[in-house]
Write a protein that binds this ligand. Sequence first.
Ligand SMILES: [Zn+2]
Length: 261
Amino acid sequence: MSYHPKHPKTRSGCQVFGFSGEQAPIPKFHAGEVGVRLQFLSPRKTNLRLQAISDIRGKYEFDQTTSPPQWEIDKNLSFINKINAADPNLLPSLAGGQSPPILWIGCSDSRVPETTLLDLRPGDVFVHRNIANIVTTGDTSVQSVITYAVEHLHVKCIVVCGHTGCGGVSAVIDDHKFEGPLELWLEPLRKLKHEYAGQYGSLDGSVEYSKRVESLVRFNIQAATAIVNSSSVVQEAKKVRQLDILAAIYDVGKGKLQFFM
Ligand SMILES: [Zn+2]
């Protein structure tokens, strides 16, 4: 989404519980790839994108001699080599099926790649991500993922994770209106803000902007976790085995997870 919060500040003071953070792979862009992507953008957006890419160019090396698909192929080969060097049996074993212990429900944000930030590998995490990690009873996508993960994969824990500086949450705090599906998608979050604003002072306009965003991020995580927990599939599973439902917030600026609730 193109919306960016006015004050995308990160919070501080997070704790890590058993996981070590790892930086996401550094992207390597090509001039050809940039051109292909830019042709779909409006002139204004193109200028903004060019500026962003220009910033990236200052940081990362560009290879102007290879065609765009070569970048993905090279990175994929790099991934295969790293995995095979660490564990030659992993990829062949995964061809036989999956048995992930964790279901992760998080935000689509590119800065919150669950497998990377948990320092885990393919096959470890079953994933559902959407904008602002919104969970509702009427969303057949997330409900199907929960059902499959619990009933068929027998995951041992479900992590509901939000994050600092969430664009979707910030848009709701700002009362920013979108057109089309985004507006519809964020409606549950707008209702949550309206509902909680009357109960908690932390969403008052007088409160510092970043703290209001963080408050709504946390309220959203709590609401999502409650819906996951109340799911009949989850309740049934809890009767016969251990199934932990964990709420977490990820600090983008620090790479740290904090579990709460
Ligand atoms: Zn987000």
